[in-house]
Design a binder for this molecule. Structure first.
Ligand code: AMP
Length: 397
């Protein structure tokens, strides 16, 4: 079966066509500037050069039509006809409390997704538009929703409730949801495979460290806690997001800087994090170069990032009553060996220790633990698209 994986944003749409029998990506691409002048499709068939198709895309349905045309094109296409697409898997950011797993999309599911818009106003509307665009262009093809929040729905209430009046949980569903669930799910499963153990017998801390970052405690295959909260702004310091701060800073800054809601949201989401602290960049490669050249704020930002993650590893080890493996994934987690070393350094008392030579390798799943470590440290490239495709296949079969 061939599955089309769609990740729709408000003006963009990423896709991958995956052959599930071979577990192989046949083509992938990105539609940019949907609904804006100058829209184009970047389409890359596996093993070939990128093809850029400039064409108007007034709506997401037009973008999907172009994607299908590119997939069946006689020059750069990878399938004979649209009929070869067995199902579509959609990344959906917020499933609220309605979804603890992936689902086949029907009218009831779409209603529940609309009910979650309040919780993810930037993401869910685009995800729904992506689903409806596929329904229009590919009538009759099964569509599956895979949620960033679903894997985290196993958290107990002591982990997901906030210390604010309970009525706000009841009234507005304010609670910790957690994000990057598809990635945490994928890498924790891979970690169990690498260790040759049943995930039900493992306590794993997964560190998804990219532009957005989150750390999750996966005990016996189930999430018991995670750093992101009601929104993906919470938790550890990120590229441009603040992560956890004293909540009183919000009203203090609003008053002092005369900021409205949009203004403070911009400060915390776009102007904070390692970018805001360093004043250099949100990219860890730029930060490392600046720190090496003696930039003190870049150095402070990097130290804050590693320190925050180290603290969560310790606290999640305590929350799970021990830890068997630490997993690093995503852009920073997979590539930045120095940051991995900075995080792990000092955790020897928990049996966590890495081999500095193995830690230099990158680009593949690898065990970087020292030979005398009692806890494994693994680097595992994440693959959210493959996970979405696997979930989709499971449901439609
Ligand atoms: P992601 O959000 O998972 O795509 O991760 C993106 C981030 O990964 C970038 O902003 C970089 O900071 C980081 N990154 C990517 N490659 C490297 C690298 N070779 N060394 C350090 N950081 C990297």
């Amino acid at each position: 079966m061939k599955i089309l994986v769609i990740n729709a944003g408000s003006s963009s749409l990423k896709y991958q066509l995956i052959d599930m029998d071979e577990k192989k990506v046949l083509a992938k691409g990105l539609c940019e500037r949907i609904g804006i002048e100058g829209s184009r499709l970047n389409h890359t068939p596996a093993g070939c050069d990128k093809v850029v198709i400039e064409s108007p895309m007034p709506s997401h349905a037009d973008a999907i039509k172009l994607v299908i045309d590119a997939l069946v094109d006689k020059n750069h296409g990878v399938i004979g006809s649209m009929a070869e697409i067995g199902a579509v898997g959609h990344r959906v950011v917020h499933g609220g409390e309605s979804f603890s797993g992936s689902v086949i999309i029907d009218e009831e599911v779409k209603k529940a997704l609309r009910d979650c818009i309040e919780l993810a106003p930037l993401h869910n509307p685009a995800n729904i538009i992506g689903i409806e665009a596929c329904e229009k262009v590919m009538p009759g093809v099964k569509q599956v929703g895979v949620f960033d929040t679903a894997f985290h729905q196993t958290m107990p209430e002591e982990a997901y409730l906030y210390g604010i009046p309970y009525k706000y949980y009841e009234k507005y569903k304010i609670r910790r949801y957690g994000f990057h669930g598809t990635s945490h799910n994928y890498v924790s499963g891979k970690a169990a495979e690498m260790l040759g153990k049943d995930i039900k017998d493992l306590k794993i801390v997964t560190c998804h460290l990219g532009n957005g970052s989150s750390v999750t405690a996966v005990k016996n295959g189930k999430v018991i806690d995670t750093t992101m909260g009601l929104t993906p702004l919470a938790g550890i310091l990120m590229g441009t997001r603040s992560g956890d701060i004293d909540p009183a800073i919000v009203t203090f800054l609003m008053e002092k800087e005369n900021l409205d809601i949009e203004g403070i949201n911009k400060v915390l989401n776009k102007e904070s994090g390692v970018f805001g602290v360093s004043g250099v960049s949100s990219d860890f490669r730029d930060l490392s170069s600046a720190a090496e050249e003696g930039n003190k704020r870049a150095n402070a930002a990097l130290k804050m990032f590693s320190y925050g993650i180290k603290k969560y590893i310790g606290s999640y080890a305590a929350a799970m009553g021990g830890v068997d493996a630490i997993v690093f994934t995503a852009g920073v987690g997979e590539n930045d060996s120095q940051t991995r070393a900075d995080i792990i350094n000092g955790l020897e008392f928990l049996g966590i220790k890495i081999d500095s030579e193995k830690n230099k390798l990158r680009g593949k799943a690898i065990d970087v633990s020292a030979s005398d470590a009692t806890v494994k440290t693994l680097v595992i490239p994440t693959d959210e698209e493959m996970m979405i495709a696997l979930e989709t296949e499971l449901l439609v079969k």
